[in-house]
Write a protein of this length. Sequence first.
Length: 275
Amino acid sequence: MRIMISADMEGATGVTWTEDVIPGTEQWQRFRRLFTGDVNATIAGLFDAGATDVLVNEAHSSQRNLLLEDLDGRARMLTGRHKPLSMMQGIDSGVDGVVFLGYHAGAGFDGVLSHTYLENQITGVWLDDVPASEGRLNAAMAAEYGVPVLFVSGDDKACDDAQDYAPEAELVTVKECVSRYAAICLPPARTAELLASAAADSMKRAGRVERYTTGHRIEVEFDASHLAQAAAVIPTVEQIGVRRVGFDAPDMTEAMKAFKIVTAIAAGAVQGIYG
């Protein structure tokens, strides 16, 4: 059984504000260790329950956050940016299940460090008219490759979200949201036990399922009109409101590639803070 872990950082143990996840800060150095600890606990549970190979795909920001020297030696790690499938790179390699580790709520919703791809510029994303977090988008891609979402970890808001897009997945709440920058956190010793146990339990569902491929529509709303104007220069992307764009794609893989371009163009159009 080959398992993939898509590892994001905002939903990791103890993380509550931007300094915890911005590469280069003192806080980031601290939380890299906790993040790696979450990953290792998950790896241990997967192997204990029968996994034969675990690929960890770094999915946060620079995608160079986990400490390879501290990683469980049985696993492999995909690190670095500019991967064609981004957070889901490896989903097309014949894996039998995927774990969404350290995930968070989407833009426009309550949750610790809630966002969708861009930290602040995106105020909402919709997949086929349904509000979509990164988890929902990634689950749709997993379905396209016949890979079940085995379990999801993060704050309570992320787990509430996952109950809708992956209702059969195991859920691990490592902290309770108080605000976007505050949470009631469990210590690493507690979360390690929860993550390892859920990982082991989730292996009961491992195994490829029927692939689900269909066309999709994604709409994105920004916090400023010029970001929508910038994104609308992309072929197939249409400005459908003052701050909103939309596009159609023949499948989820193509939809996510287009979404990545939209977010990259929008991020490049930000001119700084003023006012």
